[in-house]
Each structure stands twice: as C-alpha cells, then as structure tokens.
Design a protein around this ligand. Structure first.
Ligand code: FEO
Length: 401
C-alpha cells in the first residue's frame, strides 16, 4: 500500500503481512493478517520509527524509498525490540550508515544480541527530548508494554503518540489506515482485544501504569505499530485498554465462557443441557469447542467474562488434554479471579474432576460446582446438567450484584 501522510511531514510507511500463519509462532492470523506500521518523519532530520518483520524487507525498503533515500536516514527509533518491529534492522543498518539508533538503555544489549549491532546506538532517558528542527520527539519509557525495554515516542507539535504494541491489533489494514474511514470497525475492535489478551494482558498492571504516565499529555493521534491509526477518537482505545487492564484483578462481566471438549459426544450432549440452563437464567454464554477452536480465540472471552464452565471428559484417569492445555495457558497468561464449574463424562475410573480441582487451586479460580457422569448421560443426568447451568448462572447474577 503506498505511503500515507498522517500529519505534516509524518508518514505511515507500514506493510501488511498476509503470509504469516502464526503470530509469535503461536497465535493464528491466517484469516486476519497483521500490519507492521512503521513511520517516517521527513523533516530537517529523517527519522524512522519502528520497522517491520524481516520477511517484509523488500516491501518495507520500497516504502522508505518513496519518501527519501535510505542512506539519508538520521535516526532509527526502536520503541520495542520484538522482531516483528525490528526484523529488518540488520540490513537497514548497512543501508543507512549515518543513522543512529534511539532506544531505551534496556534495549541496547538486545540490539546487540538480536542483530550484532554495537555502534551508533544511543540510549534515551525517560522524558528525554530530541529536537528535529520543526518537530520534537519525546520518549516515554513504558516497560512491559510489551517487553521490559519498551518505550513510546511522542511528537510534540503534531501531538502524535507512536505507541508500538500498545493500542494495536491483529488484522491487516484493508485499504485505509484510520479509525474513521472503515466499514468494519468492529472487526478491528475484536482484533484489538484478541491482541491485548494474547500479547499484552499478562502485563496489565504495567499497561495501567503507562496510561497513567501519559495521562497529562495531549494526544491528537495514536499511531500504533499494528492495526488502525486512532485519529478520530484516540481516547476510545485508551478507555478500552484501561477497562481491559482492570480485568486483570477485578471481576469480569456477568457472562459465561463455556469451553468444552468431547471424545465421543457424551460430554458434548451434556454441554447443550448446561448451556440451556445458563441461558434460561438470563446470562449470556459464549461456547467454544476445544477441538476446533484455537486458544487465541478463547482467551478474550475468558478475560472478559466472570464465569467459566469447563466441560471435559476424563482421559486416561486425568483431564481431557486439550482442557489441560487451555488451563495451563490461562495460568501463563495470568487469567485470575474467575468462578468456575466443571462437568464431564468418564468411562471407568474418573479422574478428570480431580485434575480440574488442582488447576482451579493453581489458578485461584473459585470452583463452585461439579457434575460428573458415567458413559452417556441419561435423561435424568441431562436434567441435572440443565439445573447445574441454571444454578451457576444464578450464583453469578447474585455474586455480581
Ligand atoms: Fe508487535 Fe511485542 O511486538
């Protein structure tokens, strides 16, 4: 996509990635794609802000060349070292012999370890400014949004915040780059949440700290390094981030994430009865089949909703492995303070419930109810399942009043 001037002398020179299937080697983006937004200031000094993944090098260098010769670059600002934003650095470094890298002191050793670069690297302090003539850059250290070396860069005259991962989303840009020129705005909001929960949410307290740090800065445009540029309503994504970050410690909304797996359909049949009970009690339920849904798409619901119901059979005297993998990921991603109920079928010995109880303790989730049954559910079992769902939903309603 040709470059776009987002403010006088400031250009979006990003690239779309429709090739990568798994972001970070984990999170599916085959359908959605992703953008690596990079920015070029073409003033008295020529400054590049964040780069692109290495597989996009040709396209990325062509984007720069639309504005200036690569060899003319004066500064390369690295807000964050993850290679989706620095993968082209090694080559760029050779093509821009006058350029100085600006990054946090924490990023400096990473510039060496990732790219073997030790010269022309200038660490910047928190709050430090660099005068570019008519424009001025100010740097704000924002550790752990997403890695410890992360910072954001603010251009003072245009009031543009280059926020890197923060406020970004999955989803390649579809013809436009701004939040006010879309007809699929909800898609990007959904992808912003998925990106937040997959990538950033573990560090939610640092997100809150970063937002507090930036609170007094007048922001006209938020230009992240993935997804939409927030020009029409930058406060919207900041507010969403504040809400999502608060969920790390607080209660979620009054809704249920029902996650289930099944080997031969017995636990699945019970799932329908349980879901019916939850819905009858007037509580929304989002249902995910573990066998067919990547965890990336389940985590956002788990993050948002207070209630979790796990339906999983016993498998070789323990819990169905896909459920275990999900719970392990919840632990790694620090999804806390949930109310959980468990149901599942067993063939001969049981054991799924026992393992689920261990995970609930590990995760500090409150296990409120369990329902296990042997083999296929009888009609009586299914009625119990319906009641189990109703009771869980009722408890959730009362708990969150
Ligand atoms: Fe978009 Fe943490 O990299």
């Amino acid at each position: 996509m040709p470059v776009i001037e987002i403010q006088p002398s400031i250009y979006w020179i990003g690239v779309n990635d429709h090739t990568t299937d798994l972001f970070e080697g984990i999170w599916p983006i085959t359908q959605e794609g992703v953008s690596y937004n990079s920015y070029l200031i073409d003033g008295e000094k020529k400054v590049l802000i964040d780069l692109a993944k290495s597989i996009k090098a040709d396209q990325f260098f062509r984007q720069i060349s639309e504005i200036c010769e690569i060899s003319q670059l004066d500064y390369i600002v690295l807000n964050h070292m993850e290679p989706d934003h620095t993968g082209t650095l090694g080559l760029l470094w050779k093509l821009a012999p006058q350029a100085t890298i600006l990054c946090t002191p924490q990023a400096q050793p990473m510039v060496e370890s990732f790219y073997g670069i030790t010269e022309r690297v200038q660490p910047v302090d928190d709050g430090e400014t660099i005068n570019l003539g008519q424009l001025t850059l100010k740097f704000f250290h924002t550790p752990f949004v997403h890695w410890p070396e992360t910072m954001m860069t603010y251009e003072t005259s245009s009031r543009t915040l280059f926020s890197c991962d923060a406020f970004g989303s999955y989803g390649a840009l579809s013809g436009t780059i701004f939040d006010d020129q879309l007809n699929d705005f909800d898609f990007y909001l959904k992808q912003a949440l998925r990106y937040y929960v997959n990538i950033v949410a573990k560090f939610s307290s640092m997100v809150t700290r970063a937002i507090q740090k930036l609170a007094d800065i007048p922001i006209k445009i938020i230009a992240p390094s993935h997804g939409l540029i927030w020009k029409n309503d930058p406060q919207k994504i900041v507010d969403l981030y504040q809400t999502w970050a608060r969920l790390a410690n607080g209660k979620g909304d009054r809704a249920v994430t029902l996650v289930y797996g099944s080997m031969y359909g017995n636990t699945e049949e019970m799932m329908d009865a349980v879901a019916q009970g939850v819905a009858q009690a007037g509580i929304p339920v989002e249902i995910f089949d573990l066998r067919r849904t990547h965890f990336s798409y389940i985590l956002p619901a788990l993050w948002l909703h207070q209630g979790v119901i796990i339906g999983a059979p016993t498998y070789e005297t323990a819990l169905f492995p896909l459920a275990v993998q999900l719970l392990d990921l919840c632990h790694r991603k620090a999804i806390k303070n949930k109310k959980v109920a468990y149901f599942g079928s067993f063939g001969w010995s049981g054991g799924g419930q026992r393992e689920l109880e261990k995970w609930a303790t590990e995760l500090k989730w409150e296990l409120t109810d369990t329902l296990v049954f042997r083999g296929a559910a009888t009609l009586e079992d299914l009625k119990k399942g319906q009641q189990f769902g109703r009771e869980f939903a009722k408890m959730l309603k009362e708990d969150l009043v």
